[in-house]
Design a protein. Structure first.
Lengths: 143, 282
């Protein structure tokens, strides 16, 4: 689903909108997600991802931006299937893996081993899917 | 209540097949209506303005299937889609904020139709007015401090090892040197964080601490030891940016990244009283 969806969607409107300061379209995705998903005015709209999904999403965001190890332990790895993300996220890091940086090499090895372990246990349940509850036709705001 | 809606020409009006997506709320006036006329929204959808009781929401009509409860959940699960949505949402907020004070809504705030948005504006008028008043004249700056021992200007561990000692001893020396260099960098980084706190005191109106970025999306090298947001009087933005950036000058193994100005996302969370479920203000 993600491939077909991503494939037929236009690219983000980079440069097509006036930038404010330096944040317009060039801002770091982690910085943007941190703000648009975790901050901003929260009001209960009529259409909502139910509370459980919001909670899951928040957890995923934190893992995505905060700790990939924990995410993998929990079997949450949806970003790994996204080639655009992995190819964008990786080169910068690999270029820094200079020989002699022992800690980094060790960490790399540890993460690879962990990844192999998780891949071999492929039967694990993945990230929980969306809840199958019908959307409430009308939802009054909380209060 | 006075309600005013500019539905763009050539689009079907609000109905069963479309929903209203809200980006931001500001004060009613020509600024937001002008922005709506020329900015693209999510998926290139046109924007329009929904006004009520002196407030105005920037919105787009979006397809009901994609933005239903299940549609939204699916979009959130797909990172490429989430990025597109997040960037489009942010682009609207950012462009609007450049011209007039607006409150950014959280991503994917969706209503059945424009009338429901107008009703929400009327019911929450007090809360929105308070926030707009408090945030007016301010911008948000982000600051992240990184410790990156590998960039420290200390003797490279490999050089320390060339002493003619045995391989085991050389290894231990190398490890010791690395550990020392790492400790120095972390100590220097926390010193920079402390100096940032002093520097911002009395300048910023408010401060929010975000989680350090350490995951897949954290593109910066080094370890993020502090990730903060400041609510800064607009006139002092550049001064503070320069001062914060300069904190890491001449400090080996430490770097400071200042982002912004942002619309005040981190300070636009509603008062806790409005959210008895405690989902707010974290």
């Amino acid at each position: 689903m993600s491939d077909s969806l991503a494939g037929r969607l236009p690219a983000p409107p980079r440069g097509s909108t006036p930038a404010y300061g330096q944040q317009g379209s060039s801002a770091n995705l982690a910085d943007i997600l941190e703000r648009v998903l975790d901050k901003g005015v929260v009001i209960a709209g009529d259409i909502q991802i139910n509370l459980l999904d919001i909670e899951l999403l928040t957890i995923k965001l934190r893992l995505l931006v905060a700790s990939v190890d924990k995410a993998k332990e929990m079997g949450i790895d949806w970003w790994e299937h996204d080639p655009s993300l992995s190819s964008r996220a990786r080169p910068a890091r690999e270029s820094e893996a200079r020989p002699g940086s022992d800690a980094l090499a060790e960490e790399n090895e540890r993460l690879r081993a962990e990844l192999d372990r998780l891949r071999s246990a492929a039967g694990l349940p993945g990230a929980a899917g969306p809840q199958e509850q019908p959307a409430p036709a009308e939802r009054e705001e909380e209060r | 209540m006075s309600t005013r809606t500019d539905t763009p020409d050539g689009l079907p009006g609000p109905g069963g097949d479309q929903l209203t997506y809200v980006y931001a709320v500001g004060r009613e006036g020509p600024a937001l209506h002008g922005l709506a006329a020329r900015l693209p929204g999510v998926d290139g959808r046109p924007l329009h303005a929904v006004g009520a009781d002196g407030l105005c929401a920037l919105v787009s009509l979006v397809p009901a299937d994609t933005f239903s409860e299940q549609g939204l959940a699916a979009q959130m699960e797909d990172l490429a889609r989430l990025e597109t949505l997040a960037r489009s949402h942010h682009a609207v907020v950012d462009a609007a904020f450049a011209e007039t004070p607006v409150l950014p809504m959280r991503l994917a705030t969706v209503y059945l139709d424009d009338a429901r948005v107008a009703g929400m504006l009327v019911r929450r008028r007090g809360e929105f007015e308070d926030l707009l008043g408090r945030l007016e004249g301010h911008v948000e700056l982000g600051m992240k401090v990184y410790a990156d021992p590998r960039t420290a200007d200390t003797p490279a561990p490999a050089a320390v090892a060339s002493s003619g000692a045995g391989a085991g001893r050389a290894y231990l020396e190398r490890r010791r040197a690395t550990r020392r260099r790492d400790q120095d960098a972390y100590r220097a980084a926390s010193d920079v964080v402390g100096r940032a706190a002093q520097l911002t005191q009395g300048v910023v109106a408010s401060r929010v601490v975000h989680r350090p970025q350490e995951g897949q999306l954290a593109s910066h090298s080094g370890v993020n030891v502090a990730n903060e947001a400041y609510l800064v009087p607009r006139a002092r933005t550049e001064e503070l940016r320069r001062a914060l950036t300069a904190l890491a000058d001449g400090v080996p193994g430490v770097s400071v990244e200042v982002t912004g100005p942002w619309a005040p996302y981190s300070f636009a969370t509603a008062p806790p009283a409005e959210h008895p479920d405690g989902g707010e203000g974290r």
